[in-house]
Design a protein around this ligand. Structure first.
Ligand code: ADP
Length: 582
């Protein structure tokens, strides 16, 4: 829709208002001028009346009409009209012969009001003169009335003429001004419209809109200012955009959930980590801290918004059965005099789990050490304080040997675990290409006697086994397979061990199976934990430390492998170690 130009719509209205104001002003001025004019006329008429009275009073007293007529003749052509009326209201003589009337004047207002007073004026329309006149009528001693009058039309005529002149001048003036404005407007309009369009485009964000500069004048300066403003705006916006991008990158690269919260608890911004952890609903426009559904977090935010002291706090979060522990850090940012919050949730789940594991480990180690130590101490006491026969002495030495061996095994296994864990960071550079079958055969050879004693048949599937090479540490891998064989010998009570392999493009998996007693399903998830035992008595009786399978797991991890177990009671157990191909 084409909008009407503002100036064009305002100008006629302004002109109209100007004319109306002038007319109102003239209307009020008319009455004021007329009042003054009539006061002047009255004054002059009063003077004239007095003079005429002096001139005619003797003649009127004598009722000498001829002399009166003679004296008023010079007034025939004057605007001052002199009329002499007798006591019955009949006109005796009138200076205006054309208006000489035979009609009785007794009813005329000025005659009715006529008295000896001099300031007795009446204004009325004279039907005989066809004009408005102002009358002064004086009753003389012989009851005749001397009436003088002057027309007041002269003022109305002069005023009408003046008004006509003023209005004409006004209309001409307005027309001239309008024409001038219209001319100027027509000249600057195209430039003005193009500038207006450019300014509008800039306001809508099209900062590259070209601005045509007029050759000269005010509009050129204005155009130049707008062009400069657009360029500066572009620079500022680019800087702001850059800063915003930087902020977003920083915000989203953070691996910890970070939320920017408004003063009503609404989530103004949630980074990728927060959305990943607490769900897409955080990005909903109406999302608040309540959306997360953690009462502790909501009340923490509420307290922070109420300007209570900010304290880091640990909160637990459960996501589909998996528990997380977060440490909260809140920073208050004042925005428009109200606090907004930056809430960082540091995931300390692993840290807390490790701390728990360390505490458990220390407790377990202490417990494992305490039993053999107590046994050693009491045996030594017995040996030193009692006179024992050689048989009992031999029993005591046997106890000492078993308990020290147990302690030694424990220390060895703890040291092995510690060494393996420490090596994890730089293990790969020490690795060599290793023939896995060869390692397994060596480990089996180490336990040859026990295997023979238990009459266990060992077989490779296929037989002969394929050549299987991986990158690894020979000694550690022997340790790994040694532990598996040792466990099978101590717990499985099997008649057959089978070593088999499965291969994929990326992995080689070694399966070590026995057809022994098996392990109940409820133990399997925790089997590789430190100090976790299934057959506790058997483990202790055979010098087990509870660390054998934990060592297996960590050696596998060191080789970027993975260990798993399947088992069925009275059918057997299979340990599988998956290695990456070199
Ligand atoms: P330990 O040092 O006590 O042998 P491990 O970590 O080596 O500890 O083994 C943990 C538990 O797993 C053992 O207590 C044992 O009961 C069970 N186990 C390990 N291997 C077998 C197997 N081949 N058959 C049956 N049970 C086994």
């Amino acid at each position: 829709m084409k909008r009407r130009d503002f100036l064009l719509s305002v100008l006629p209205a302004t002109a109209g208002v100007l004319v109306i104001l002038t007319v109102i002003l003239l209307f009020f001025q008319y009455h004021s001028f007329r009042r003054n004019y009539i006061a002047d006329i009255q004054h002059s008429l009063g003077t004239h009346a007095t003079l005429v009275t002096l001139l005619l009073q003797d003649d009127i007293a004598r009722r000498d009409v001829a002399t009166i007529a003679e004296k008023i003749r010079p007034f025939h052509k004057e605007p001052l009209r002199i009329t002499v009326i007798d006591e019955l209201g009949a006109v005796v003589i009138d200076s205006d012969l054309s208006a000489l009337s035979r009609v009785s004047h007794i009813e005329r207002p000025e005659i009715q009001r006529a008295s000896a007073e001099t300031d007795n004026f009446t204004i009325r329309y004279s039907t005989s003169m066809h004009a408005t006149l102002i009358y002064n009528a004086r009753r003389l001693p012989n009851d005749w009335i001397l009436r003088v009058s002057l027309p007041v039309n002269a003022f109305d005529d002069a005023f009408t003429e003046a008004v006509a002149a003023i209005l004409l001048a006004l209309v001409l003036g307005i027309a001239l001004v309008l024409a001038l404005i219209f001319y100027i407007f027509r000249r600057i309009r195209p430039g003005f419209i193009s500038l207006q369009r450019a300014a509008q485009a800039i306001a809508e964000g099209q900062l590259n809109t070209p601005i045509v500069l007029p050759h000269s004048g005010l509009l050129r300066e204005l155009s130049q200012s707008i062009a400069t403003m657009a360029a500066q705006l572009k620079g500022h916006i680019a800087t702001l955009q850059h800063e915003k991008d930087e902020f977003n990158t920083l915000f989203n690269t953070l691996r910890e959930p970070l939320l920017y919260i408004g003063n009503k608890g609404e989530i103004l911004h949630a980074n990728h980590a927060a959305v990943q952890r607490f769900g897409e609903s955080l990005r909903h426009p109406n999302a608040t801290i309540e959306t997360i559904g953690l009462a502790t977090l909501s009340s923490l935010v509420e307290a922070a918004l109420e300007e209570l002291p900010l304290e880091a706090q640990e909160i637990s979060y459960n996501d589909h059965g998996v528990s997380y522990v977060f440490l909260t850090h809140i920073a208050r940012l004042v925005h428009e005099n109200k606090p907004n919050l930056l809430l960082l949730l540091t995931d300390v789940t692993d840290l807390r789990r490790l701390e728990g594991m360390r505490t458990d480990f220390i407790a377990n180690v202490s417990h494992e050490i305490k039993t053999p130590l107590t046994a050693i101490l009491s045996t030594v006491e017995t040996l030193t304080e009692m006179q024992l026969d050689p048989a009992n002495q031999a029993r005591c030495f046997d106890i000492l040997t078993r308990q020290t061996t147990r302690l030694n095994n424990l220390v060895q296994d703890i040291l092995s675990l510690a060494t393996i864990e420490r090596r994890q960071a730089n293990a790969v550079q020490d690795f060599r290409r290793i023939d896995l079958v060869h390692i397994i055969e060596d480990a089996l050879a180490d336990y040859h006697d026990e295997i023979m004693a238990q009459k266990v048949a060992v077989s490779f599937v296929p037989d002969p086994p394929p050549a299987v090479f991986i990158m690894g540490d020979e000694r550690l891998l022997e340790h790994l397979f040694g532990n598996l064989i040792n466990n099978a010998l101590r717990y499985a009570n099997a008649t057959r061990y089978t070593v088999s392999f499965t291969e994929t493009a990326r992995h080689i998996t070694v399966h070590f199976s026995d057809n022994g007693v098996g392990i109940a399903a409820e133990h399997l998830p925790r089997l590789f934990e430190r100090f976790y035992r299934v057959q506790k008595e058997r483990s202790r009786a055979t010098g087990g430390t509870g660390l054998g399978l934990a060592i297996v797991k960590h050696i596998a991890i060191l080789h970027r492998g993975k260990v798993s177990v399947t088992s069925e009671c009275n059918v057997g157990t299979t340990f599988s170690i998956r290695f990456r191909r070199p």
